[in-house]
Design a protein around this ligand. Structure first.
Ligand code: TXA
Ligand code: MG
Length: 327
C-alpha cells in the first residue's frame, strides 16, 4: 500500500498502519491522540518513545462501544455502566480493574485500565474497521500543550509517525474527564471535557482525587503540564495584577471574555466572545500554541469562572503557569 500525504482522511491506510504496529494520530472530540495497537507492546513502547513520556504514566485505551468494556476490564460496576450509557461516545474515561490481555506497559504496571469511547465519526469507524483497542495519549510531546488540530500534531510529531487522520478541529478542546472505579468509591482523577456536576447528578457520592504530586498516578496531574515555552502567569484579577506589576512590553493578555480597554488591542486575545466555558475550552489550547509562537515574553492569563468547564480550564492554566522553584 503506497503512503498518502502525511495528513488525510484515508481510513484504509490508517487501519493498515495500525495493524502493522505503526502509530497514527487520531481525531477525537477532546484532543488528537497518538494511537497504536494497545495489544502490541512494541507499538505501545513506540508511543512512549515518540511522546517522550515517562513509563509510570498509564495510557487510555480507546474502544468502539460499551460492549467492548468487558473484553478489557474484569468488572464493570453498575455506576460505571450508568456513566458509560449516558456519556459515551464522549469525553469520559473510566478506570476499571484490567484483564491480563492489557499489557503492563499500557497500565504502567498497575492493576487498572482506563477505557474510553471517543465521539468522533472517523475514529469510531477506524476502531470498528481494525477491531483493535487503541492506546492513545494526547499527541503532543510530554508536558507540552495538547493538539486540537491536525497541523498541531504535524508541527511537533510529523516526522515520527506514519499518518495523521484529519478529523478537523476538536470540538471540545479539553481532554476527557477521568473517573476511577478501581477504589472503594468512584473518584474523579482528572477534570476534563465533561462538567463534573453532570456526573454528580448520576453518582451523588462521587469524590475528587485530583493529585498534584510529582509522582502521580495521573500524568495530567503533574504540577507542570500543558505548558507553553513562553512564561505564563495566571491571575484571578487582571486589573489588579496590571496595576501592581511592572510587565515586559511584549506581554499578551489571554482574557476569558472581556478585553481590558486600557491595554493595546493587538496584545490581547479573548477565549470566548460569548462568555461561555464551553467556547473557551474549544479555543484554549490552540490559542496557547498561537501565542507561544508569536514572540511574546509573557502570557498573562485570566482565570475562567468556576462553573461548567471553568475548573478544568483553570486546572490546565494553573499547570501551564507552574514555575520550577528557583533558588
Ligand atoms: O481526551 C483524552 O483523554 C485524550 C484523547 C486522545 O482520548 N487522551 C489523553 O491521554 O488525554 P493522556 O495520556 O494525555 O492522559 C491520560 C490520562 C492521564 O491523566 C492518566 O493518568 C490517566 O489518563 N490514566 C490512564 N490510565 C490510567 C489508569 N489506569 N489509572 C489512572 N489514571 C489513568
Ligand atoms: Mg496529555
Amino acid at each position: 500500500m503506497s503512503a498518502p500525504a502525511l495528513i488525510g482522511t484515508d481510513l484504509d491506510y490508517a487501519a493498515h498502519c495500525l495493524q502493522e504496529g505503526k502509530l497514527v494520530a487520531i481525531p477525537t472530540e477532546t484532543v488528537y491522540g497518538l494511537a497504536g495497537n494497545a495489544l502490541n507492546t512494541a507499538a505501545v513502547a513506540q508511543i512512549f518513545l515518540v511522546k517522550g513520556r515517562p513509563h509510570f504514566d498509564p495510557l487510555i485505551v480507546h474502544i468502539p462501544d460499551i460492549d467492548s468494556v468487558e473484553r478489557y476490564a474484569v468488572t464493570f460496576p453498575a455506576e460505571a455502566r450508568l456513566l458509560a450509557e449516558r456519556f459515551w461516545p464522549g469525553p469520559l474515561t473510566l478506570v476499571l480493574p484490567k484483564r491480563d490481555i492489557i499489557p503492563d506497559l499500557v497500565s504502567a504496571g498497575g492493576p487498572t485500565v482506563a477505557l474510553r469511547v471517543p465521539n468522533h465519526p472517523l475514529t469510531l469507524e477506524l476502531l470498528r474497521k481494525t477491531g483493535l483497542p487503541l492506546a492513545a495519549p494526547s499527541a503532543n510531546p510530554f508536558g507540552y500543550i495538547s493538539p486540537t488540530r491536525p497541523e498541531h500534531v504535524a508541527a511537533q510529531l510529523g516526522d515520527r509517525i506514519s499518518y495523521i487522520l484529519d478529523g478537523g478541529p476538536c470540538n471540545i478542546g479539553l481532554e476527557s474527564t477521568v473517573v476511577s472505579f478501581a477504589g472503594e468509591r468512584p473518584e474523579i482523577l482528572r477534570l476534563g471535557g465533561l462538567d463534573p456536576e453532570e456526573i454528580q447528578q448520576l453518582i451523588p457520592e462521587l469524590s475528587f482525587s485530583l493529585r498534584q504530586s510529582a509522582n502521580p498516578m495521573a500524568p495530567g496531574q503533574l504540577d507542570k503540564h500543558y505548558a507553553p515555552s513562553t512564561r505564563l502567569v495566571l491571575t484571578g484579577n487582571i486589573r489588579q495584577y496590571l496595576a501592581q506589576h511592572q510587565l515586559p512590553p511584549k506581554t499578551v493578555l489571554m482574557m476569558f471574555h472581556h478585553r481590558v480597554p486600557e491595554w493595546p488591542a493587538e496584545q490581547q486575545v479573548v477565549l470566548s466572545t460569548s462568555g461561555t466555558t464551553i467556547e473557551a475550552a474549544q479555543h484554549l489550547f490552540a490559542m496557547m500554541r498561537e501565542l507561544d509562537s508569536s514572540g511574546f515574553d509573557l502570557i498573562l492569563a485570566e482565570q475562567a469562572p468556576e462553573t461548567g468547564l471553568g475548573p478544568a480550564i483553570n486546572d490546565r492554566l494553573h499547570r501551564a503557569s507552574y514555575q520550577e522553584s528557583s533558588t
